[in-house]
Design a protein around this ligand. Sequence first.
Ligand SMILES: [Ca+2]
Ligand SMILES: [Ca+2]
Ligand SMILES: [Ca+2]
Ligand SMILES: [Ca+2]
Length: 393
Amino acid sequence: MLIPFLLFLLFFPAFAQEPIPDYDNPYAPIIFDKDTYTWTDKVRITIIAPSWNENTNGIDTIGNHEGRFIKISTGERSIEPYTLTETEPDSGIFRGEITLTGFLHDVNGDSKKDTNPRTSGSGPSDGLLEVTRDDKITLSFEFADGVVLTKSAQISWNEGKIEFDSDHYFIDSTATVRVIDQDMNLNPEIVDTLVVEVSSDSDSAGIKVNAIETSDTSGIFEGAFSFSSNQESSGQRLFAVTGDSIHAKYKDTTLPLPYSIQDTLDITSESKLESSIPLLERADLSDVYLADRSGNPVQEIRAESSFQIVGTVHNNQNFEQPFVYIIQIKNQEDITMEISWIQGELSANQTLQVSQSWMPDSTGEYKVETYVWNSLKDTLPLAPNLVMTVPVQ
Ligand SMILES: [Ca+2]
Ligand SMILES: [Ca+2]
Ligand SMILES: [Ca+2]
Ligand SMILES: [Ca+2]
């Protein structure tokens, strides 16, 4: 894209000084604003034709002079003549635009066609032109007798993209999901809309988020929604709990080759709902103590007797937190003698007492280490680890 534009900048002054009109070397570059258009795009056309600036004090037109027509065509339709007008009285630059109107097609699965294909207009900006999916738009300009200049551009559909504006959200975040699909700019004069399905691990049915085009012609659609962990999904609010993956899905019904016109493809993206409380502050671990079988604290620990190691974990968050509580016992050589864990879910602000039986098999200094993680798989600590030294006699 960049290279032809640079070439044009470099060579234009040289060409402009040629004697005009030079019928052997007709100078009237035709410029489209894009190389490839989608089925409902607006095509902006520029023709630099200094020899057609007949009245240097007035706005000239090209394309509608008998024998010097401009014709704009696709595979099956065409408009002729089509007029372009000079940008300024003495510019020699002629502009116009034409809007592609696609073909009958249902883009959102409601069995109703969403396009209004029609061919009409005479320029410089009222043109409407039907196209098929894998079409070509061609402009031809009868510059002089026997000299027809042409320019073409491809027309095709595009595979959509979807993304969240962040790879993680907190419960009070507003999330934005963005779909990029030029094909859904169905009308380049207005802001179009489409629907994105958003769900969480805790609510697989989820919600439908309305995504709105960011400008009349951007083909970029954004929709915002919020989260709740204690109210069910409704409108643009999604039920989700901390740790959930958040899923977004856009069904693209406008796919390029090798897909067929009737094919659809689910375009998806994922984000995550995280706790806004810093990782190590999500839970509190209390020091463990040793107790007898009845749960009474004991001071003297003897080898080959059975004790309970009692610890406490507290959820500092006002929502459920999956956890695994781990007790590891090491001897004075730092060798792990025992390791045990329980896992489950702490409810909002719950305090849970955890106990584990232990029978030291010999005397010495033991270390009792306690950990609380979110899971054995992710091993994210929810509180700082604790270590207690236990002398065994
Ligand atoms: Ca003029
Ligand atoms: Ca429809
Ligand atoms: Ca639009
Ligand atoms: Ca598409």
